[in-house]
Design a protein around this ligand. Structure first.
Ligand code: HEC
Length: 453
């Protein structure tokens, strides 16, 4: 038994379908979001440092613009980060219910790490805003006043220094925390799709030091590079008419970074994708998964071409196309991973459905025991003269009429308690004078009997 099994109840077949849709949607929001965050923090902290040491204000502006645009807004953290992450966790906890694997526990760990990383990254983003306010403030107050020794000037200086150190600490912490979270996340996803390893991998270190994790992480990181490159192109040159007041030089810098990140990491992508597929056990591979993988590769080639063209010819018209292509690519990649995961947990899913069914049956038989009503006796004495399950006698065959109630025992009990005219081909059913409790138990029993066939 898994510790997290306490958190969820086993799901029925219908629920499992729903959970799978929810999982796909959550990942479709989550993967691009963490990819942009990863790319943005790495690029932004890099250019911030470079800008400070080389005293280059263009680099500093780029550091600010990248983190500001790619983290979207403060509320994106909740909508695209935290909520999808938690949904992914619950979906996995459901689908891996009672499976003997540490995947669910590891996923919980990575979700917590992601959330901490988000906090630091948005703090980092915020310090740029404060810096902007400070600069505006300085430009309106006379220079000599700021060099004076009076108290408020001192306070402002302290505040500024604090802000700068918060900036670099939160930037660095957020960046590495996010990268580690992504590593564990990739490892978890890979392990969850490999049931053959569940029994042997009982320790998080085994996941951390595994080739499979490394390649699955490689695939995630190179995808993150493509997404980041595409997103910079999109936010800087296309969205809302692109960034305002960009100089030629600044636009060239943005294009250069976006192109290099996308193409540089993109080069690894097909290889990582194929190796990760090869690492899947036979039971998780299937023609469908393969087909999705090929689709992803084709989309990758098309998107790569557009990015390359933009990079070479500084023609930004296709920025939106690239963005959409990359998004579709992510979609197919998520669907591919989910198809593999679906294959992996197929047996477990059947098991969960059975547990769910059994639990329902147990509850039902318990209520029958506790009511002390012997339904079968009542059936023999009061119903069997006119009813059989598979044949019509005076009344219709139960197999024909009970399914109509769709499992609604309440409604069926009402009919048994007080029969009304239903079908013109039959005479009305005389009231058999059952007590309310007996009618309830009878209704449930009929539904169970018919359902079993
Ligand atoms: C005297 C014969 C007779 C007896 C005894 C009898 N039924 Fe019926 N039952 C009928 C007839 C006739 C109908 C069809 C009524 C109609 O369609 O209006 C019927 C219909 C039904 C239906 C279908 C209702 C629907 O929505 O179509 C159920 C369920 C049912 N009976 C359950 C029972 C149960 C449970 C008992 C024993 C407690 C019982 N019947 C005893 C004659 C009987």
């Amino acid at each position: 038994m898994n510790f997290f099994d306490e958190l969820v109840i086993p799901a029925s077949a219908n629920h499992i379908m729903l959970i799978k849709y929810m999982l796909t949607i959550s990942l479709l929001l989550f993967i691009p979001y963490i990819s942009m965050l990863l790319g943005a923090t790495f690029i932004s902290t890099h250019f911030r440092k470079k800008g400070k040491t080389e005293k280059n204000s263009m680099y500093l502006r780029f550091a600010k613009d990248v983190i500001e645009k790619l983290t979207i807004t403060k509320s994106a953290e909740l909508a695209l980060g935290t909520i999808p992450a938690i949904s992914v966790f619950f979906a996995y906890a459901q689908l891996l219910y009672s499976a003997k694997t540490i995947s669910v526990g590891m996923l919980a760990l990575s979700v917590v790490m992601f959330i901490i990383a988000f906090v630091f990254i948005y703090k980092y983003r915020n310090t740029f805003k404060l810096e902007g306010i400070m600069n505006a403030f300085k430009s309106i107050s006379p220079k000599d006043a700021l060099s004076g020794e009076n108290e408020s000037v001192q306070e402002i200086k302290e505040f500024e220094e604090n802000n700068i150190s918060t900036n670099s600490i939160s930037g660095t912490t957020g960046k590495w925390m996010l990268l580690s979270a992504a590593y564990i996340f990739a490892g978890t996803m890979a392990l969850a799709s490999s049931p053959d390893k569940w029994a042997n991998v009982g320790n998080i270190l085994q996941v951390i030091f595994s080739w499979q994790t490394l390649f699955s992480f490689g695939a995630l990181i190179s995808l993150a590079g493509i997404i980041t490159g595409g997103a910079i192109m999109f936010y800087f040159f296309s969205w809302d008419g692109g960034l305002k007041d960009m100089t030629e030089e600044y636009a060239a810098l943005a294009r250069n970074v976006a192109g290099k990140v996308a193409l540089g990491s993109g080069i690894m992508f097909p290889l990582m994708l194929i190796i990760s597929y090869a690492y899947l056990p036979m039971e998780s591979q299937s023609p469908t998964v393969f087909f999705y993988m090929v689709t992803v590769l084709i989309l990758f080639l098309i998107a790569g071409n557009f990015i390359y063209a933009m990079f070479k010819n500084s023609d930004y018209n296709s920025a939106t196309t690239v963005f959409i292509l990359v998004f579709v690519l992510v979609l197919f990649n998520v669907i591919k991973d989910q198809a593999a995961f679906g294959n992996a947990v197929h047996n477990n899913t059947l098991k969960i459905n059975k547990i769910a069914d059994d639990e329902v049956k147990q509850v039902r038989s318990k209520t029958m025991e506790s009511t002390g009503i012997n339904v079968e006796d009542i059936f023999k004495q009061k119903c069997s003269a006119c009813h059989k399950f598979d044949q019509k006698l005076v009344g219709p065959a139960y197999d024909q009429v009970v399914p109509k109630y769709n499992g609604d025992a309440q409604k069926l009990a009402e009919f048994i308690f007080n029969p009304q005219k239903v079908d013109p081909n039959f005479p009305p059913m005389p009231n058999q004078g059952l007590k309310k409790k007996e009618a309830n138990a009878m209704a449930q029993w009929l539904i169970n009997q018919v359902g079993k066939k």
